[in-house]
Ligand binder design. Structure first.
Ligand code: G1P
Length: 291
């Protein structure tokens, strides 16, 4: 059982973002702003606040803006210094120092499981690692990934984030069957990806895109890939569903509000919720929404 600290996070960002066309035609969906920060920055900040020091982006063609965002921008920073815009400088100059960034490519968007395997060689033999999906923003007093890591550290098994959703929404997500352990922790017995028949599912718990995994799950992913063939998309769930057949897997019901920014309505909701947290926007926004 591996109890090493979780220091590396894999963030798959190679997806096309077709649900947001046309804006995502020439721009990565991960760069869409929530208020004035790209979605991907919220993820990186959450990971860093949870103890992550190394961020591995699994990227693809047309995603350069993400690399540039977490790089220094010499001309911009120099201009801001010359114009004495220290407050604006503060918003950008720390970005390259947030973590050690690594970029690997996923030549074809063949699913989030395939994306994780593109980074498998960067994970040590006994090393647990985090995975974050860019569509999920969680507003929580304790960072969502830190909540997942805490359960992983306690139980020593791969752990995924869960959130209660209206039953009608369940078919859009992964879901689980299992039993509740103490507090918010769950013992996961089965994982079902985007179930068609949701009536039979006892607890309407959706899998949220925050995981702590172990190299054992990578092995399960490789085995799933071998069985399913390379023409089909490989999902993280294909690996976890196989792994859970004979090894423990945990879940944790997140404390906090989850916004699925992969849907337009979730993205709009996130913008309103995060704008309301800004003292300089709150009053004007509330007034505007009332009208
Ligand atoms: C992925 C996972 C799914 C999970 C979801 C959360 O799905 O496969 O189990 O519920 O992320 O965002 P995707 O959004 O890639 O379809």
């Amino acid at each position: 059982m591996s109890m090493r600290p979780v220091r590396k996070a894999i963030i798959p960002v190679a997806g096309y973002g077709t649900r947001f066309l046309p804006v995502t035609k020439a721009m990565p969906k991960e760069m869409l702003p929530v208020v004035d920060k790209p979605v991907i920055q919220y993820l990186v900040e959450e990971a860093v606040a949870s103890g992550i020091t190394d961020i591995i982006f699994v990227t693809g063609r047309g995603k350069r803006a993400i690399e540039d965002h977490f790089d220094a921008s010499y001309e911009l920073e120099r201009t801001l210094v010359e114009r004495d815009k220290r407050d604006l400088l503060k918003l950008v100059e720390h970005l390259p120092k947030l973590a050690r960034f690594v970029y690997v490519r996923q030549p074809m968007p063949r699913g989030n499981g395939d994306a994780i395997l593109r980074a498998a060689h960067l994970i040590g033999p006994d090393e647990p690692f985090a995975v974050l999906f860019g569509d999920d923003l969680i507003d929580a007093p304790r960072p969502a990934l830190a909540q997942v890591i805490a359960v992983f550290q306690k139980r020593g098994a791969p752990t995924m984030a869960l959130a209660r959703v209206p039953r009608a929404d369940l078919s859009r997500y992964g879901t689980i069957a299992g039993s509740r352990k103490e507090g918010r922790a769950w013992n996961v017995e089965r994982i079902i990806e985007k179930p068609k028949n949701t009536a039979a599912i006892r607890e309407p718990l959706a899998v949220v895109g925050r995981y702590v995994l172990t190299p054992g799950v990578l092995v399960a992913l490789y085995m799933a890939e071998r069985t399913l063939g390379k023409d089909r998309e490989l999902g993280i769930t294909d690996g976890l569903a196989r792994y859970v057949r004979d090894q423990p897997v945990c879940g944790v019901e997140l404390a906090g509000a989850w916004y699925d920014c992969g849907s337009k309505i979730g993205y709009l909701a996130a913008n309103i919720a995060f704008a309301k947290k800004r003292p300089e926007l709150r009053t004007a926004l509330n007034r505007m929404l009332k009208h």
